[in-house]
Design a binder for this molecule. Structure first.
Ligand code: SAM
Ligand code: SF4
Length: 383
């Protein structure tokens, strides 16, 4: 029986995609290899969020090739997939010469059944792609336009999981709480994928991506449907954005105790001027309103966040605003990242005022310490 091995870089979405790639292999009669050192095929599921993630994927391929060469064994077939495909097939083949095949991310498919190692908790992708065009981010280019899976498909997957004994699920999407909104066809803004000339005015306005839906937002309906399964005890979702976190969703999180009390709500910066340059479409005041409603609604709710330091042109004052905001928000956890310029993004084209590495590193250390160490003393416990 032929063997496959999948090496996954990056976020939970990639891990979830890898479970479906494994499902496809096993449906074709392959068995999982214990290690990349002894396999017939290696899938490299890549991340492109930061340059360092791309470098690690390339280094991994070189390591695989060297290992088989040193052992005088035939090289396994190397298949590249994931967010690095934003470079385009030809460029990728030039960048990483040992690749044999490209697997386009959109061919991974929601409906391929997943091979899950965990028997209690399951990741469920509910949407793919992103329409938000935050200026620093490669995802809208690597993953394409936002596409929600249908309610029927998701519920069918939950039902299958329940029958297999699963009791915890995490719903995944780049804008998980925007689920279903693109299907309503409201307020979808213009897209600009292949513009050579780029100006600030051409960046889509994030706030108007979707207008506020009339009635109950689709994501709330989905949470309610999933909550009806008595066997499902814990529901989590990743990553939510502040702009589609409407009051009805806040109330649902507060009152539906199947929903985990930890909510991940990336803010990206605590400075309004930086948020504006990032095209995040909200202010720190908007963010704080959502956060306060959640935490006042149920004092057991705790928040976590993602923050980028050293965004082009970030002044000392702007960084200080983020520091003050972090002290005030007292997040449970903060994934702090140093800005990494991503060719093809609006920030790469528009904002040339790069912050030197030493300053970015210093800001990273300061903020990481405040959020992930100092604030610990005063932070509420997750229940
Ligand atoms: N969709 C989610 C959101 O809007 O927050 C997160 C998506 S992204 C896969 C995960 C995190 O990577 C982001 O929250 C951001 O903090 C970080 N990130 C994205 N682009 C980056 C860049 N160019 N440099 C540094 N960090 C970046
Ligand atoms: Fe990237 Fe922004 Fe989309 Fe998140 S919402 S994936 S940060 S463009």
């Amino acid at each position: 029986m032929k063997k496959y091995f999948i090496h996954t870089f990056g976020c939970q979405s990639n891990k979830s995609d890898s479970e479906r790639i494994a499902g496809d292999y096993e449906a074709r009669g392959y068995q999982p290899a214990k290690s990349w050192e002894d396999t017939d095929e290696v899938v490299v599921n890549t991340c492109a969020i930061r340059k360092s993630a791309e470098d690690r994927a390339r280094a991994f391929v070189l390591k695989v090739v060297k290992h088989y060469k040193d052992k005088k064994l035939p090289k396994p077939k190397i298949i590249f997939t994931g967010c690095m495909l934003h470079h385009g097939k030809n460029k990728i083949m030039d960048m990483v010469v040992d690749i044999d095949e490209i697997l386009p991310v959109n061919e991974v498919g929601f409906n391929q059944s997943a091979v899950r190692r965990d028997k209690k908790h399951a990741w469920i992708p509910i949407s793919a792609g992103c329409n938000s065009f935050c200026t620093y981010c490669i995802v809208p280019y690597s993953r394409g336009r936002e596409q929600s899976r249908s309610m029927e498909e998701i519920i069918k997957e939950v039902k299958d999981l329940v029958e297999k004994g699963y009791s915890e699920i995490t719903l995944l999407g780049q804008n998980v709480n925007s689920w279903g909104l693109e299907k309503l066809g409201i307020g979808l803004r213009k897209m600009l994928m292949s513009q050579d000339e780029f100006t600030r005015e051409m960046i889509p306005d994030n706030q108007s991506q979707y207008l506020k839906p009339k009635g109950t937002p689709p994501f709330v309906k989905l949470l309610r449907e999933i909550s009806k399964f008595p066997e499902i005890k814990i529901i989590r979702f990743l990553s939510s954005n502040p702009w589609d976190f409407h009051d009805e969703l806040i109330n649902e999180v507060v009152n539906n105790k199947k929903i985990d009390r930890y909510v991940h709500l990336p803010v990206q910066s605590g400075s309004n001027t930086v948020l504006e340059r990032m095209n995040r479409g909200y202010t720190t005041q908007d963010y704080e309103k959502v956060a306060n409603k959640l935490m006042k609604g149920d004092p057991n709710i705790v928040l976590g966040t993602d923050i980028i330091v050293g965004f082009p042109g970030e002044t000392n004052e702007e960084f200080e605003e983020t520091v003050e905001f972090a002290k005030r928000m007292n997040w449970q956890v903060g994934f702090v990242a140093m800005y990494s310029p991503r060719p093809g993004t609006a920030a790469f084209k528009l904002y040339k005022e790069e912050i030197p590495y030493k300053i970015r590193k210093n800001r990273w250390e300061i903020l990481d310490k405040i959020i992930n160490k100092d604030n610990l003393k005063t932070r509420p416990k997750v229940v």
